[in-house]
Design a protein around this ligand. Structure first.
Ligand SMILES: Cc1cc2nc3c(=O)[nH]c(=O)nc-3n(C[C@H](O)[C@H](O)[C@H](O)COP(=O)(O)O)c2cc1C
Length: 192
C-alpha cells in the first residue's frame, strides 16, 4: 500500500463498549473492557483507535447504537448473544455523513461471541464502502480476529480489505502503543 501523504484522507471508525465510566475501584469485568489513559476511561478498541489516529493523522468516528448498551457485563453479554442469534441489525445513533471524503477507513471492533458485534453489520450495510481501502482491527479476550476479516471481506466485496489486520488481547493493552506502531509500519501506514 502507498504510504499516506499529508493530504490523504483517512478515517478510523470504531465500536467500543467500556463497561464503566469511572477509573476508580474497577471490577474485573470493568478492567477487562476498559483502559485508563490520563485518568480517562476508554474502551480497549477506542484506545487502539486513538493510537491509530495519533500515528496516521486519521479522523475518528465512534459507532454507537441508538439504544444505549448496558454497563453491566452479564446483561451486555445476553443482549449481544440475543442480537447475534436473531441476526439483528441494531439501529445506530448516527451514520457517517461524509464517508465519501475518505479513501482509507480503519474499522475497529471488539470480538463478541466469536464474531463481529451485530451493530458492525448495521454499520457496513448502512454505508457505501466501494472503492475504499478498509483496514480492520480488533481487540479480544482470547479469540483474536476470529474470522471477522473474512466476514468483512465478503460483506464489502467492492472494497480493498487489508488482510493483514491488527488484533490485540485486552490483557496486553499496556503494550498497545508499540504494537500498533509496528503494525502501521508493516502495512505502510505509519506517518512518521
Ligand atoms: C458481549 C461480549 C462478548 C464477548 N465475546 C468474546 C469472544 O467471543 N471472544 C473473545 O475473545 N472475547 C470476547 N469478549 C471480550 C472482548 O472482545 C474484549 O474485552 C474487548 O477488548 C472489548 O473491547 P471494548 O472495550 O473496545 O468494547 C466479549 C466481550 C463482550 C462484552
Amino acid at each position: 500500500m502507498t504510504p499516506p501523504e499529508d493530504e490523504s484522507r483517512i478515517l478510523v471508525a470504531y465500536f467500543s463498549v467500556p463497561e464503566t465510566d469511572s477509573p476508580d475501584d474497577m471490577s474485573e469485568d470493568e478492567e477487562n473492557s476498559a483502559h485508563v489513559v490520563e485518568g480517562r476511561v476508554l474502551g480497549n478498541t477506542q484506545y487502539v483507535a486513538q493510537i491509530i489516529s495519533q500515528r496516521t493523522g486519521a479522523e475518528g468516528f465512534r459507532i454507537e447504537t441508538a439504544e444505549q448498551l448496558p454497563l453491566d457485563h452479564d446483561t451486555l453479554e445476553d443482549i449481544a448473544l440475543e442480537q447475534q442469534e436473531a441476526d439483528a441489525r441494531p439501529k445506530l445513533k448516527s451514520p457517517i455523513q461524509n464517508l465519501s471524503d475518505y479513501d482509507t477507513v480503519f474499522v475497529g471492533y471488539p470480538i463478541w461471541w466469536y464474531e463481529l458485534p451485530m451493530p458492525m453489520h448495521t454499520f457496513f450495510e448502512g454505508h457505501v464502502f466501494s472503492g475504499k481501502n478498509v483496514i480492520p482491527f480488533s481487540t479480544h479476550g482470547g479469540n483474536g480476529l476470529s474470522g471477522t476479516v473474512e466476514t468483512i471481506t465478503e460483506t464489502l466485496s467492492d472494497s480493498a480489505v487489508v488482510g493483514n489486520a491488527f488484533t490485540i488481547s485486552r490483557d496486553d493493552m499496556d503494550d498497545a502503543e508499540s504494537e500498533v506502531v509496528a503494525w502501521l509500519e508493516r502495512i505502510g501506514m505509519a506517518r512518521t
